[in-house]
Write a protein that binds this ligand. Structure first.
Ligand code: ADQ
Length: 467
């Protein structure tokens, strides 16, 4: 039987205690690997003075993890540098924040090469390799150069930007050409897939051969949209757990007579936190009669603290949350709670459950799993309302949420008002449609669809390459 080898920058399987790390990719991969005989390969999270390529193999939370240490300079240039200061901002349309530095590009290539050299000896002839995210785009090319012939798939968790944005990246052609060494490249939505195809057609003498097959750089590549989901079953179980119930009760007790609006995000400029805070402020200004009816809780654990843009946004959010409370709070009521902590997943489930409104308003987001978790946690007899950004990949699958332009404080304020006042019958109808989708298109479906497309017999599907 063939093994599935999953590769991502960081390997962090769940501890089994509910204290999993924050981040959508880790959540999804742990869930995707839990069943079956997979191996998860990537960085250990540790550094060594000199790269040795020594593998650490251990089993954690039912998953076999094979990890390797990196050098400090690798982290600086590859992880903090090219991945998080160049590709992340650019792919989220923040050209203003993108840093272009030759050393970053060199570090990125070096680490991908090191990953390939360490991983290649582990690969057996029948293994299927599934590589994840923008940190590792050239990894298939490096593996191929070492003679690896296995099926290799790639999934991009973040948006693929529009052609005109993509060409801001120095040596963009080189990066995209490396993607043609995969057998299958998957995106979160059809929109990102189309943006990729447009790039290939315009920049790589490309053409769409037939749906799902694109020609470029004189080669053929299979592409597709595979929207990621959550482990809905596990989430449903967690919502009923004692810890989740206790958290829900605590939240309910601390919000008596008020409706809770909740936001949960990594502290990242792509998540639209500043704009959301301004939207809430506007809601308070415009609705004096509703003011004391609500309380907003924003949970935003800090992430990527080594990157300046993240330190700056943190300062601005502290200022804004202080301003909102300073302006509107009363002796017996503060409208806004802003918390920079990480919570256990079962506790988060309880918090979602206690909320009347979930507010998920990223400026750009590959998918956004918080939107799906919020829906999965609701009480079917009295569900909360999801306010969701049009620019989250999830919006495509969740049309019965209240969709907003996150840049417009007016639209966010109006949607909050509508959500607060929504009758139960409408809430149930909208929620049911969302829940059906979350349950059906879960993380298992995502994994199975991707792996099935990656492993199906090529001779049957592959169109002839006519250059
Ligand atoms: P992220 O940008 O990390 O993921 P998201 O999909 O929202 O974004 O996932 C965040 C995860 O972290 C969720 O599972 C959430 O519960 C968890 N989390 C957030 N705050 C937390 C807290 N305070 N305590 C504990 N857990 C917390 C990237 C892409 C997304 C894409 C995912 C998966 O940016 O667009 O949906 O990968 O593909």
């Amino acid at each position: 039987m063939s093994r599935l080898i999953v590769v991502s920058n960081r390997v962090n399987p769940p501890s089994g205690e509910g204290e999993e790390s924050v981040g959508g990719l880790a959540m999804a991969l742990a869930a995707a690997l839990r069943e079956g005989s997979g191996v998860w390969f990537g960085w250990s999270g540790k550094t060594t003075p000199e790269f040795s390529g020594q593998l650490h193999i251990q089993t954690m939370g039912g998953v076999t993890a094979a990890t390797v240490d990196l050098e400090e300079i690798d982290l600086e240039e590859y992880y903090n540098g090219y991945a998080n200061k160049t590709l992340w901002p650019l792919f989220h349309y923040r050209i203003d924040l993108a840093a272009f530095d030759r050393a970053f590009g060199e570090g990125y290539s070096r680490v991908n090469r090191r990953f390939a050299q360490t991983l290649a000896p582990l690969i057996e002839p029948d293994d299927v390799i599934w590589i994840h995210d923008y940190h590792l785009i050239p990894l298939a090319r490096e593996l191929r150069s070492l003679g690896v012939k296995n099926r290799i798939g790639f999934f991009l968790h973040i948006p693929w930007p529009a052609h005109q944005v993509m060409i801001n990246l120095p040596r963009h052609r080189e990066l995209v050409a490396a993607m043609f060494d995969y057998d299958l490249v998957g995106f979160q939505t059809a929109e990102y897939q189309q943006a990729f195809e447009e790039y290939v057609v315009s920049e790589a003498e490309g053409a769409l051969v037939r749906p799902g097959w694109v020609r470029g750089f004189g080669r053929l590549l299979q592409v597709g949209a595979f929207p990621i989901g959550i482990d809905a079953e596990d989430f449903a179980r967690m919502v009923k757990s004692p810890r989740a119930r206790r958290m829900r009760d605590l939240m309910s007790a601390s919000t008596v007579f008020r409706r809770l609006i909740v936001g949960v995000d990594r502290l990242d400029y792509s998540k639209g936190l500043e704009e959301r805070f301004l939207g809430f402020e506007r809601f308070l200004t415009e609705n004096p009669d509703l003011r004391r009816e609500v309380l907003m809780l924003q949970i935003a654990p800090v992430s990527r603290e080594a990157v300046e843009a993240y330190q700056e946004i943190r300062g601005r959010l502290d200022g804004l949350s202080g301003r909102i409370n300073g302006e509107f709070a009363d002796v017996d009521w503060t409208p806004f709670r802003y918390v920079n902590k990480t919570y256990r997943r079962d506790e988060l489930a309880g918090i979602y459950r206690a909320a009347r409104v979930g507010v998920v308003t990223p400026l750009r987001d590959g998918m956004n799993l918080v939107a799906k978790e919020f829906v999965a946690a609701q009480d079917p007899a009295d569900p909360g309302v999801l306010v969701l950004s049009r620019f989250a990949g999830a919006a495509r699958q969740m049309p019965t949420a209240l969709l907003v332009n996150p840049n417009s404080a007016e639209e966010v304020a109006d949607a909050l008002k509508r959500a607060i006042g929504m009758e139960k019958a409408e809430r149930i109808e909208r929620w049911q449609a969302l829940f059906d989708g979350v349950e059906r298109d879960d993380v298992t479906a995502w994994r199975d669809n991707f792996v099935a497309a990656l492993t199906e017999p090529r001779e049957v599907r592959r169109p002839a390459l006519v250059v």
